[in-house]
Ligand binder design. Structure first.
Ligand code: NAP
Length: 251
């Protein structure tokens, strides 16, 4: 498969130790970026960085909880030491409890909003000024198809992803004229450890049937769109929300 040209730049990918983030990190590296693989689990991040270097790419790994506002400046600095910092993919996310609103715990609500939304804000606040200083760049936020439609039992997740889409648009309005594009990706249901942890086989099959494709997506299909948005091939694309949802939201 062809790649986009991401040579001579570094890319930070959060939540890159697993699932979609791992696939994005591998794809950006295959396209020539030096990738900083960040994950809650330093061990998982290290394994992905080793996959990249074994394939001939450039990568480093770091353990970071993106919900900690204090980590983001260090992530940007670490990526900038590898090559000019021009790409950030704010991908880390969690599903939270599966309960209706009336039974949803405050603890789970706050953690989902912290990891899925507040962390993206803290990330953008560190990433975008650094990219402006480096002459421009591209930021991708990993929202979800649930950034535009609802689903029962996941109120915190749905709310966080709708908010990420809004945050992405606002940041794009503020910084695109200074050369930093900001876009959201909205995956449909993708077979990853996050999905497997939240769904049994029958539920996964039922969800697959709700996609026009009749199947769940792959992390690599999300990574292909993300790499495009990260690259200069998407130079007139900013402030928008790009679905890769197998037609889930088409009906
Ligand atoms: P995943 O397989 O669980 O991978 C997420 C990674 O993020 C894991 O390595 C996880 O580490 C890490 N992570 C969790 N909390 C973190 C934190 N506070 N700081 C740093 N890293 C953290 O999930 P995925 O399915 O690839 O999801 C990736 C993103 O895509 C999420 O934002 C998700 O909402 C979004 N998305 C997924 C789907 C889907 O169907 N899978 C659909 C739409 C959107 P641990 O494993 O150690 O927790």
């Amino acid at each position: 498969m062809p790649t986009y040209d991401l040579a001579d730049r570094s890319a930070l990918v959060t939540g890159a130790g697993s699932g979609i983030g791992r696939a994005v990190a591998l794809e950006l590296a295959r396209s020539g970026a030096a990738v900083l693989v960040a994950d809650l689990s330093g061990e998982a991040a290290r394994r992905v960085a080793e996959e990249i270097t074994a394939a001939g790419g450039t990568a480093d790994a770091v353990a970071a909880d993106v919900a900690d506002p204090g980590v983001h400046a260090g992530l940007v600095e670490a990526a900038g030491r590898m090559a000019p910092f021009k790409v950030a993919v704010n991908n880390a996310g969690i599903g939270g409890e599966a309960k209706p609103v009336g039974e949803y715990s405050t603890e789970s609500w706050l953690r989902v909003i912290d990891v899925n939304l507040n962390a993206v804000f803290h990330g953008l606040r560190a990433q975008i000024p650094a990219m402006v200083a480096a002459g421009g760049g591209s930021v991708v936020t990993m929202a979800s198809v649930l950034g535009s439609v609802g689903i029962a039992g996941s109120s915190a997740y749905v709310a966080s992803k709708h908010a990420v889409v809004g945050l992405t648009k606002a940041a794009a309005m503020e910084y695109s004229a200074q050369g930093v594009r900001v876009n959201a990706v909205g995956p449909g249901f993708i077979r990853t450890p996050l999905l497997d942890a939240n769904l049994d086989t029958a539920a996964a099959d039922a969800l697959a049937a709700q996609h026009a494709t009749g199947r769940l997506g792959t992390a690599e299909e999300v990574a292909a769109l993300t790499a495009f948005l990260a690259s200069d091939a998407a130079s007139f694309i900013t402030g928008s929300y790009h679905l890769v949802d197998g037609g889930y939201s088409a009906h």
